[in-house]
Design a protein around this ligand. Structure first.
Ligand SMILES: [Zn+2]
Length: 250
């Protein structure tokens, strides 16, 4: 057998094994194979990029309010040993986002939409974002993309250290699956409840978003684009609240 043929056969066998391994890992949902340390490193890089792009409000009442709500939620989350941070971005976008390892950002446009009075609603949004961190949703998506690139390209893994910045910038445009959104809702409702906030604040958030959608269209809200509202999502949240079906939280 020529060396080239031998190499090709070995490569095919490895590809087959990798595909098998990937499909076992993927099952219904891909598990994250990033370590907590890697998640934190990715989140830090993503945070660096965001804070280069947007101005951070560190001193207003809203900034203090977001930090205070975040701190009150933290004792009730699944993973408490992450370096969480809660910051306000000076941007009219109606949006909030979180990064692996703990950074959570709320955009000024979303705070304005929810108003000054309703801490419960704001807490539910922040808790939902912490839910994405705890569900390791971004880390699982990255793992899935990593496996895909491994299986299809059989090339250099995208997870190499030098690609940190590129992967982190991909995090900023990540859209979660419907299942991940429901999972983040459920986790968030639980954190909010155990922290002493009213979980039905989430229903008021949904109402406000529906109003925005009716008034200006979903395209005007980043959060609506990445967190599509649908009847099943709203009714699931209602059922969780009504039945006090809180699986998470301490
Ligand atoms: Zn979400």
């Amino acid at each position: 057998m020529s060396n080239a043929l031998h190499y090709r056969l070995v490569r095919l066998c490895l590809l087959f094994l990798l595909t098998l391994y990937a499909s076992t890992l993927m099952g219904c949902r891909t598990r994250s194979f990033l370590s907590t340390k890697q998640e934190i490193a990715l989140g830090r890089e993503g945070a660096r990029q965001i804070e280069q792009e947007y101005r951070i409000d560190i001193s207003s009442n809203d900034a203090e309010r977001v930090r205070r709500i975040g701190a009150r939620l933290l004792p009730h989350v699944d993973q408490r040993d992450m370096p969480y941070s809660f910051k306000v971005l000076e941007s009219p976008e109606i949006n909030a986002l979180s990064l692996p390892g703990g950074p959570v950002y709320v955009f000024r446009g979303l705070i304005d939409l929810l108003g000054d009075e309703d801490d419960d609603a704001l807490a539910c949004v922040i808790a939902h974002e912490i839910g994405h961190v705890n569900g390791r949703h971004a880390a699982r998506q990255i793992s899935s993309q990593f496996l895909t690139s491994l299986v299809i390209g059989f090339g250099v893994p995208a997870g190499a250290n030098q690609d940190l910045a590129r992967i982190a910038s991909g995090l900023l445009g990540l859209h979660y699956s419907r299942d991940d959104e429901l999972d983040a809702d459920r986790r968030g409702l639980s954190y909010a409840h155990y922290a002493g906030y009213d979980p039905s604040g989430m229903l008021r958030v949904f109402e406000k978003f529906e109003q925005v959608e009716r008034r200006v269209g979903a395209d005007r809200s980043e959060w609506l684009r990445s967190h599509p509202l649908n009847l099943s999502r709203i009714s699931r949240a209602e059922v969780v609240i009504e039945n006090k079906n809180y699986r998470y939280g301490k």
